[in-house]
Structures are given as structure tokens and as C-alpha cells.
Design a protein around this ligand. Structure first.
Ligand code: SF4
Length: 342
């Protein structure tokens, strides 16, 4: 793929994300005239980033890495939808169809990890995009990032819904034997209807679980996040039980869960999706999501059920402790445990 400058005065250098935001503010995404439209109908705009590591607050980790912005998986509940607004794009269709590609992120990361001031903190990869969405097959940026982290003996975790991650099991296995890494495969449910309704661009859940098995067999600390469990779509006892049993059958080393939350751009997108596709659910959602989170009692009921079923199927957090992996203490709420990266 060649260089794709925008059609305004940016010369041959790639625009920054700020340039893209300015262009879109002036002319909408139609201004990205040189964004590359690929077979998946999404448009890919190459950009230059000034920094790779992004510091975050209020999470169980401090540093994140996201080689792409936007995600063609297009999950309706995705909390990262709201981040597209930072680039003046909408959290609906544009989140899944206009993807920013940080082509220089690997070299920028190498410089950042080499700085004397860098303390070697844990790094979470893929927190605001799916770092193994299909375009990774072309750019291989995620592979470059984890190779660089491994070369610097820096611990990291990867979260994804993309079975493509097995392509990189050589690097992940080497990192596991070195400073350490963990793979969090996101499989909110194995229910096919809920999958098709909520995650239109993702690989089937069983394909993701087969990837987990391959990673575990390669010696990698890989488990599953049922994140998020979505009320009325994947929250019934039978669906949760079938999902946990299937996760256990595929050898996952741990499982965690959370219940969907709705904020800012994600809320408007999700409610619009319900109004179009499942209007009868709208009143229930309006009652359940008066605030960002579903009521505490509801979340605790789901989390309690998951904990019970984890134990029943031998995949409780205790099993990780026995295996020597780092794990939350059994008394910690599972929701807190989901993104325990270090
Ligand atoms: S795969 Fe992850 S980042 Fe992509 S749309 Fe789904 S939840 Fe969002």
C-alpha cells in the first residue's frame, strides 16, 4: 500500500490524527479522499502518531497501545465507539467503516521503550480497538508491537476477538517464557443468535475458543472474557451456563465477565440499534440503564451466577492460582477481575 496523503496541503507525509480530525470537521469523512477502500468496504486512513504508549486513568493498568482507531467488527455494545468522536467521526457507522491506521506506531514504541525514563510498566494492547481485526493481516502492526515489547522484556496483555492472534503464537510463547504476557479472548456468549445480532463483524465464538485452545497448547496464559454480558441477549442462565461449559471444554486458563455499561456515544448507538431491530426491548432498557451501569443488584446477580458456574465447571480463578498464574483473589468481585492485567 502506498502513501495516502489527504487531498489538502500535507505533502507526502502522513497526516496526524489531529489533521484527520480537522479535515473531517471541515468536510466530513468525505474529506478523506485518499483513504483506501478495501474489499470489506471499510476505508483505511493511514496516519502518523507522535506517541505510541497512551497513559490512562481509572483502569487496572496505566498504559495502553492501540495500532488502529475504529473497528470493523462493529459490535453494537462497544465502549470504544465513543472514542471516534475524538476524531470528529460518529460512533455509528463511521466507527466500523473509517479506520485510522497508525503506520509508524512500532518504531515510535521502540523509541519510547528505550528511553531511560520508561519504567517497564505493564502495557495493555487493544483496549480501544481490536488489534487483530482483519486489516492486521495486511499491516501486521500488532505483531510489530508485541515483538517490540518482548524484545524490551516488557510485560503485556492483549485483548481481542480476533482468531488471527494464533498467527503470532511464536512471539506470545516467547514473551510468556520471558517477561510474561496474557491473552484475553473476548467471547461474551456462544449463543449464535446473540453473536449475529450483537457482533456483526466478528469471527464465530467457537472459532475464537479454538484459538484459545491453540494458544494454551503453545504455553501461553490465555483465557476468556465474557465481556460484556448483554441483558436479554446473553444473560439467561442457560446461555451463561452453555458459554462457561464451552469455554472450559476449550481449555481456557481463566474466565471473567462484566455486564454491559452504556455511556456517551455507545448509549445512543445501542439504543438506536434496539429501536430499529428490537423495539420491544426499549422500555426494559430504559428502566435498566437509567445510569451508565445496570443496577448493582442486577450486576451482582449475573456475577454470582458466573462465579457459581465457573466453580461447577472447574474454571474458577482458583484454578489459575493452582497453575501458578497471577490471578485476582477469590474474594474480589469478578467484574473488577476482568481487566486485571498485571
Ligand atoms: S471487537 Fe472490540 S473493539 Fe471491535 S467493535 Fe467489538 S468490542 Fe469494539
Amino acid at each position: 500500500m502506498g502513501v495516502h496523503p489527504l487531498l489538502f496541503d500535507l505533502g507526502r507525509s502522513r497526516p496526524t490524527t489531529r489533521d484527520v480530525a480537522d479535515a473531517v470537521r471541515r468536510g466530513g469523512t468525505a474529506a478523506l479522499t485518499e483513504a483506501d477502500r478495501r474489499a470489506d468496504a471499510a476505508r483505511y486512513q493511514e496516519v502518523s502518531c507522535r506517541s505510541a504508549l497512551n497513559r490512562v486513568k481509572g483502569m487496572p493498568f496505566e498504559w495502553t497501545l492501540n495500532p488502529y482507531r475504529g473497528c470493523t467488527h462493529g459490535c453494537h455494545y462497544c465502549y470504544a465507539r465513543r472514542y471516534h468522536a475524538q476524531f470528529e467521526m460518529d460512533a455509528d457507522d463511521e466507527f466500523a467503516s473509517v479506520i485510522l491506521v497508525k503506520t509508524n506506531i512500532v518504531s515510535v514504541l521502540a523509541k519510547e521503550l528505550g528511553r531511560p525514563a520508561w519504567g517497564g510498566d505493564y502495557v495493555a494492547v487493544g483496549t480501544a480497538t481490536d488489534c487483530y481485526q482483519p486489516i492486521e493481516g495486511h499491516y501486521r502492526l500488532t505483531r510489530g508491537l508485541i515483538e517490540t515489547l518482548h524484545a524490551h522484556r516488557n510485560r503485556f496483555g492483549v485483548v481481542t476477538k480476533g482468531p488471527m492472534i494464533v498467527r503470532d503464537r511464536d512471539v506470545l510463547a516467547a514473551a510468556s517464557a520471558g517477561a510474561g504476557c496474557t491473552v484475553y479472548m473476548s467471547v461474551p456468549t456462544v449463543d449464535e443468535d446473540a453473536w449475529e445480532q450483537l457482533e456483526p463483524g466478528t469471527a464465530p465464538p467457537l472459532q475464537r475458543l479454538r484459538a484459545v485452545r491453540e494458544l494454551v497448547d503453545a504455553g501461553i496464559d490465555a483465557g476468556v472474557l465474557m465481556a460484556p454480558i448483554v441483558p436479554a441477549f446473553s444473560s439467561s442462565r442457560s446461555k451463561i451456563e452453555r458459554t462457561i461449559k464451552t469455554i472450559a471444554d476449550h481449555g481456557a486458563r481463566f474466565v471473567g465477565c462484566n455486564v454491559m455499561h452504556l455511556e456517551a456515544g455507545t448509549r445512543s448507538h445501542f439504543m438506536g440499534f434496539l429501536e430499529r431491530e428490537f423495539p420491544s426491548l426499549v422500555p426494559r432498557y430504559e428502566r435498566l440503564y437509567v445510569r451508565k451501569y445496570a443496577p448493582k443488584e442486577y450486576r451482582e446477580r449475573i456475577q454470582g451466577l458466573v462465579r457459581l458456574l465457573q466453580d461447577a465447571h472447574g474454571i474458577s480463578p482458583r484454578r489459575r492460582e493452582e497453575a501458578g498464574a497471577e490471578t485476582p483473589a477469590p474474594s474480589e468481585p469478578i467484574e473488577q477481575a476482568v481487566f486485571r492485567w498485571s
